[in-house]
Write a protein that binds this ligand. Sequence first.
Ligand code: SF4
Ligand code: SF4
Length: 185
Amino acid sequence: MMSGLSGPMAANRPQLDRIRGVEGLNAELCFSCRKCSAGCPVADDMDLAPHQLVRLAVAGPEGEALRSSGIWLCTSCQTCTTRCPNGVDVAGVIDALKQRAVASGVKPRDGRMLAFHRAFLDDVKARGRVHEMSLTARYALRARRVPEGILLGIGMFQKGKLPLIPPKKTATRELRRLFERGKGK
Ligand code: SF4
Ligand code: SF4
C-alpha cells in the first residue's frame, strides 16, 4: 500500500480508497506523464483526455470525470494501459468511471453518448453481435434524432457500410445471463 499522500490526494482520501479498494487499478500511481493520452486513438475527440480522467478519478472532483464525454468515447482498446510506465490500468479506471456514472445516474454532457452506448448494448443483447442497420435505428430512437438517423443510414448504406441482412444470432442465451448478472450487482 502507498502511504504519505499529500495535497489534493490526501484531501480526497475516501475517493482514492474507493478507486483502490473496489477496482484495484493503481490509479494513485499516476504521475501525469501523459503517455496514455499520447497513444489514445480518440483522445483528440475527448473533452478530458485519459490522463486527466485518471487524475480526476484519484484526486477529484469525481463528478467532472463522470460527466465527461471521454469515458463514453473510450473504445477499451487498452493502448493506454499497455503504455503506462507505472502499471496504471487506465482503461480499467475509465471503465470503472463509466460504471459509476451509470450506477449513480450521472449523464454525460452530451446525451448522444449515453444513447449510443445503450443502443449498442441493446443490439448486442438481442443478437449477440452488432448489426449496423439495427444499431443506427436503435440509436436514432434513443437519441430522439430520427431524421438525422435516417440521413446517417442512407449515407452509410450508399458507402456500403450498412448491410441489410443481419448477422446470425450468436450466444444470445449466454449473453442474456451475463446481462442479468450485471443487473444484479
Ligand atoms: S501513462 Fe500512466 S502515469 Fe502516465 S499519465 Fe497515463 S496513467 Fe499517468
Ligand atoms: S482504452 Fe480508451 S482511453 Fe485507453 S487508449 Fe483505448 S480508447 Fe483511449
